[in-house]
Design a protein around this ligand. Structure first.
Ligand SMILES: C[S@@+](CC[C@H](N)C(=O)[O-])C[C@H]1O[C@@H](n2cnc3c(N)ncnc32)[C@H](O)[C@@H]1O
Length: 278
């Protein structure tokens, strides 16, 4: 169905009385050029399965449907369902809407494999969802790419390189499991209502074979190291048994600070520590 046959989003929002609800992290995007740009980030979506969290009035959903994707969208705000049902009628067999909480969906069971996740995420659950997707139990995971809007500061933390100010726990986790790129920034004025902070779109693709390590080990080490990011590793990690030996075996100078330790080095420390602790 052609875009011009669709009612403008502003009119849809007004007709359905979809005033933004802060508690649900609602900041809507209405600019169709920007929405099309986001939908292009994962590449050609023709006939691809896309999972959208929080379609709201359906701006990004429209862009994804126009790009030829088969979209499954989960929305918590029941007020949005009639508007989404109209969109579904415009794009027959392309849109399935689930009324519910994205934190409670068994995604692999509902969606299958090779899914592209594209979402302007509610800020209150965005990081939790990302961590859930990055820590999928089976790898390769059920998703093929993540294209996600975050607050700019969170986007910078996800994609930060070692030695830069935003590099921390989230960077190590994200880059252990995926290639993470900041695609482009999005000005706060693009949203209705505008949030207080700037945003950015990130794009993540899963690594084929991330180094074998338990998530618990990586979390334990990075939590202790980055909780005291100004301290040397010998100070911040000293209370974890066998850790000094693990540093030595990994060839890491214990006087280094955590932001200088690369993802590969954290993994090497973790692997030695796991052997020593077995
Ligand atoms: C930032 S808005 C984005 C809306 C729309 N996709 C857009 O780009 O204009 C976030 C959306 O996520 C929905 N939402 C919030 N928490 C949710 C949850 N736990 N599960 C599913 N949807 C949720 C909100 O109701 C809202 O529609």
């Amino acid at each position: 169905m052609l875009d011009q046959t669709l009612e403008p989003l502003r009119a849809v929002i007004a007709r359905h009385g979809l005033s933004a609800d802060k508690r649900l992290g609602q900041n809507f995007l209405l600019d169709s050029q920007l929405l099309d740009r986001i939908a292009r980030v994962p590449g050609d979506l023709t006939q691809k399965t896309v999972y959208e969290v929080g379609p709201g009035p359906g701006g990004l959903t429209r862009a994804l449907l126009k790009a030829g994707a088969k979209v499954t969208a989960v929305e918590r705000d029941r007020r949005c369902l009639p508007a989404l049902a109209e969109l579904s009628a415009h794009f027959p067999d392309q849109l399935q809407v689930i009324s519910g909480d994205a934190m409670e969906i068994d995604e692999a069971a509902v969606l299958g494999e090779h899914v592209h996740i594209v979402a302007n995420l509610p800020y209150n659950v965005g990081t939790a969802l990302l961590i859930r997707w990055l820590t999928a139990k089976t790898w390769q995971p059920w998703w093929s790419s993540l294209t996600l809007m975050f607050q700019k500061e969170v986007a910078e933390r996800i994609t930060a390189k070692v030695g830069t100010p935003h590099y921390g726990r989230l960077s190590v986790l994200a880059q252990w499991r995926s290639e993470a790129k900041l695609s482009f920034p999005v000005h706060r004025s693009a949203f209705v209502p505008p949030p207080k902070v700037m945003s950015a779109v990130v794009h993540l693709t899963p690594k084929d074979q991330p180094e074998g390590l338990s998530l618990g080990t990586l979390e334990k080490i990075t939590a202790a190291a980055f909780n005291q990011r100004r301290k040397m590793l010998r100070q911040s990690l000293k209370n974890i048994e066998h850790m000094m030996e693990a540093l030595e075996l990994a060839g890491i100078d214990a006087t280094r600070r955590p932001e200088t330790v690369s993802v590969a080095e954290f993994i090497a420390i973790g692997r030695h520590w796991e052997k020593l602790s077995a």
